[in-house]
Design a protein around this ligand. Structure first.
Ligand code: GLC
Length: 439
């Protein structure tokens, strides 16, 4: 087989990068179908740092002495049942998967690790929180994601590895064995979410090719993000909704301030409203991505008030209008069919998300010149909507005085055409059809 493959003592056959990436590309569509359909997930940042309420990076940003920081392990007391409530809220919010920080940069493992004694079974709650998380996700039929930091401020080799070969071997082996435990001891895991490949700055530095082949050997259906410095399955724009060339998932804090818990009352003015969350969902849907929205539970594991009402309202909206979000949708990008609407689309169907309810009982949707409109209805309850189609203008008529969407105020109209509609933005000078094809 030449040097394309090499056998590690007592291990499976390792592939070279080109063969590994060719292999996982073959199975990607099949592995990722549920993820692409899911659209919306919950990120959970929970760890010793949650007790400080000053950001998940507090240990580093405040230059804690390790011995001083370790004392947080004894006072870390998540209440029984709180992890199940995370999953219950995620389900209620219309989220289809969850990703939990199994071990953040602070190096404290939330599971019964034999590799890392600094964990939630030996200290604090003396419970396997990852097991509770997995059980809760399965109870609420949510797919399971493990966040796994490549940094570890508690491990003495985590910085030496940058310049000490032996330390790098010890540290990358440590990281590998941590992930082996996670991929072995908790049944089927759906997502592995690496974070912060520092200090090494190459996949070779992390032995990512070997690490991820082990992961896929243990979890053949798993989806892996791009933060072990191999492209893997999806990109991870953070705190912004920027589409990538391949599958992508925007991960967002709830307040633009911290992933870990911060005082909920003071965070509220900065926290997303249901309307803002839905506008993010519309954008990731229109650009072919996912939204992973973060919750940073309180020190005792309970859910911060700032997220409860917004997520509950988004969930009600998604129950009524989820057809415009879930499942395979066309990547249509920005499509301004009118000044107060956003759009998602699926073949002959256009979902028009009306952000501002018109005061004149009508709504003009312009620029669709290639398809005949057959039917318009209110998506949430199939109420028929009167319309006329005049050239490139569609006018929805006889709309009620009050907004029909009471939960969030964003009603969705479902427009069915005789073929896939294309929006050629006809400008003020109709003869100057800008030829922009959005759909
Ligand atoms: C950044 C932060 C980290 C957080 C992650 C979430 O990497 O350093 O604390 O967990 O974003 O994507």
């Amino acid at each position: 087989m030449g040097n394309k493959y090499f056998m590690k003592a007592g291990m499976y056959m390792l592939k070279c990068k080109a063969d590994y990436e060719a292999d996982i590309a073959k199975s990607r569509d099949n592995r990722m179908k549920w993820w692409r359909d899911a659209r919306f997930g919950m990120f959970i940042h929970y760890g010793l740092y949650s007790q400080l309420g000053r950001n998940e990076w507090a240990m580093a940003l405040e230059n804690y002495d390790i011995k001083e920081y370790e004392r947080l392990a004894e006072t870390f007391k998540p209440k029984e049942g709180t992890i199940r409530k995370w999953a219950e809220l995620a389900k209620k919010a219309g989220m289809k998967y969850m990703v939990l920080t199994t071990r953040h940069h602070e190096g404290f493992s939330l599971w019964d690790s034999k590799v890392n004694p600094y964990n939630s079974v030996n200290y604090g709650p003396k419970r396997d929180l990852v097991k509770e998380f997995v059980d809760a996700c399965r109870e609420f039929d949510l797919k399971i994601g493990f966040y796994s930091s490549l940094m570890d401020w508690h491990h003495e080799d985590s910085w030496k590895c940058a310049f000490d070969r032996e330390a790098r071997i010890r540290f990358t082996d440590y990281i590998k064995e941590l992930n082996r435990e996670l991929m072995t001891n908790y049944g089927k895991i759906d997502i592995l979410w690496y974070d912060v490949p520092r200090p090494m700055e190459s996949p070779e530095g992390w032995n990512s090719l070997e690490l991820n082949q082990m992961v896929r050997e243990l979890q053949p259906h798993i989806i892996i993000n791009d933060r072990s410095l191999l492209p893997e399955d999806f990109g991870t724009p953070e705190e912004h909704l920027t589409p990538g060339e391949k599958d992508w998932e925007a991960c967002m804090t709830f307040n633009g301030i911290s992933w870990g818990y911060i005082d909920s009352e003071q965070a509220k003015p900065y926290s997303y409203t249901p309307q803002q969350i839905l506008r993010m969902i519309q954008k990731v849907t229109a650009f072919g991505g996912n939204l992973l929205l973060n919750v940073g539970p309180k020190p005792d594991g309970t859910i911060p008030e700032e997220v409860i009402e917004p997520l509950t309202k988004v969930g009600i909206w998604l129950q009524e209008n989820g057809k415009a979000v879930y499942g395979q949708k066309d990547k249509i990008g920005n499509t301004n069919v009118c000044g107060i609407c956003n759009v998602t689309s699926e073949d002959k169907i256009l979902y028009v998300w009306d952000i501002i309810w018109p005061s004149n009982n009508s709504l003009v949707i312009a620029g669709i010149c290639n398809a005949q409109l057959k039917e318009v209805k209110l998506l949430k309850d199939d109420t028929p909507v009167d319309f006329i189609q005049d050239g490139h203008r569609i006018i929805l008529k006889n709309l009620p005085d009050t907004n029909p969407d009471q939960s969030v105020g964003i009603p969705v109209f479902q427009l069915e055409f005789d073929k896939k509609p294309k929006c050629n933005r006809a400008s003020y000078y109709p003869q100057l059809n800008m030829g922009q094809t959005f759909l």
